[in-house]
Design a protein around this ligand. Structure first.
Ligand SMILES: NC(=O)c1ccc[n+]([C@@H]2O[C@H](COP(=O)([O-])OP(=O)(O)OC[C@H]3O[C@@H](n4cnc5c(N)ncnc54)[C@H](O)[C@@H]3O)[C@@H](O)[C@H]2O)c1
Ligand SMILES: N[C@H](C(=O)O)[C@H](O)COP(=O)(O)O
Length: 328
């Protein structure tokens, strides 16, 4: 079996992404991890953390995984000094360039997956680049009209009908077309990538108590239920819309392959309460495999050696698992 090659972006240089990469370089990986980052910044972070690190420049002809204590790096230029914990808007272009290069490398078929560390959306926007998240960025760069953000932890998968948009826009963004596209992507990816023959989706309502028969909001009656009914008629196994405050209970979760939440903070607080630090963010519907961490830049911990590597480890392992299945 050929050795997998995975692109890894550590994300915001002032955050914990570089710390996590350096920490995970202290173990053997079955795949070749290629870090898209500034080599000098990564080496400096290793010094700050007092961890051994050898940088190996990326050579596309060499498919060997890095030995313990080393990282294979595709160097990306970065001007100025990086101070762990201190954001610098001059670094926004660098961060986006690491994502662009990793995306291109995957689009061209040179890599088996991309795994991303945390970026700081605010500082990228301050640098003059409109950016709402990796999910939207990779969808745009790969010309993919609809993708789905799903976070997965042991015993719970939560997908989102809308991602990084203001709460005030959510109701308008939930259309029958969007729900059809999102649910078709989930159904397809669970069947083809996760080996679930007939995925069972549990779908949240948008309003309190799923609208209480229209007395607390009409989106369930006018949009969500008709969309789900049409998909049920096509043979999909869908329960809902159910009130979001009671959908996350063992009785339902025992039957659910995935819970579809209508917006970011309807579903992700539940997922992160259950499994923060042990969850993976997976983008469904992209033309390549992409996984990520469940946490942000944690500026308060950058350079301290206190950041938990659990989620990045899981994101790497999930990408390797999905890539191996794809190659079977
Ligand atoms: N994957 C991503 O790129 C991603 C994900 C979530 C948030 N973010 C971004 O990160 C920035 C900061 O967001 P935030 O402060 O809401 O969330 P955060 O996850 O950075 O931090 C929240 C809290 O969790 C702790 N924490 C986070 N990761 C940890 C780890 N690996 N080990 C130990 N403790 C950890 C932090 O110290 C902090 O107390 C924002 O700009 C946000 O958009 C990025
Ligand atoms: N919504 C994600 C979370 O809360 O964990 C996070 O912001 C990262 O999203 P992207 O992978 O789209 O950057």
């Amino acid at each position: 079996m050929k050795t997998l090659r995975i692109a890894v972006t550590p994300g915001e240089p002032a955050g914990i992404g570089p710390d996590l990469i350096v920490a995970l370089a202290q173990q053997v990986w079955s795949a070749q991890l290629v870090i898209f980052a500034n080599a000098q910044m990564i080496a400096e972070r290793a010094r700050q953390l007092n961890l051994p690190l050898t940088i190996i420049p990326f050579d596309s002809d060499d498919h060997q995984p890095a030995p313990v204590g080393a990282l294979i790096v595709q160097d990306v230029p970065l001007d100025g000094t990086v101070i762990p914990g201190t954001l610098n808007s001059e670094h926004g272009h660098y961060v986006v360039e690491t994502l662009r290069l990793a995306c291109e490398a995957n689009m061209q078929g040179h890599f088996d997956a991309v795994v991303t560390g945390p970026v700081h959306k605010g500082i990228i926007n301050q640098s003059g680049i409109s950016f709402s998240g990796h999910t939207e960025f990779f969808a745009h760069r790969s010309n993919t009209a609809d993708v789905v953000m799903m976070l997965a932890t042991e015993g719970l998968n939560v997908a989102l009908a809308t991602t990084h948009i203001p709460l005030a826009y959510v109701s308008k963004a939930i259309t029958q077309e969007r729900l059809h596209n999102v649910i078709r992507i989930i159904d397809h990816d669970f069947k083809t990538k996760f080996g679930v023959a007939q995925p069972h989706l549990f779908v949240c309502g948008l309003n309190p108590h799923a609208g209480e028969d229209g007395h607390l909001g009409r989106e369930e009656i006018e949009t969500i239920t008709p969309a789900l009914d049409a998909l049920r008629e096509q043979g999909m196994n869908i329960t809902g819309p159910l009130p979001a405050d009671t959908i996350f209970q063992p009785k339902y979760l025992a039957q659910a392959d995935v819970v579809l939440a209508m917006y970011h903070d309807q579903g992700l607080p539940v997922l992160k309460f259950k499994g923060f630090g042990a969850s993976v963010n997976i983008t469904l519907g992209l033309p390549f495999i992409r996984t990520s961490v469940d946490h942000g830049t944690a500026l308060d911990l950058a350079g301290s050696g206190m950041a938990d590597t659990g989620s990045l480890r899981q994101a790497l392992n999930k990408a390797i698992e999905l890539a191996n299945q794809k190659n079977e």
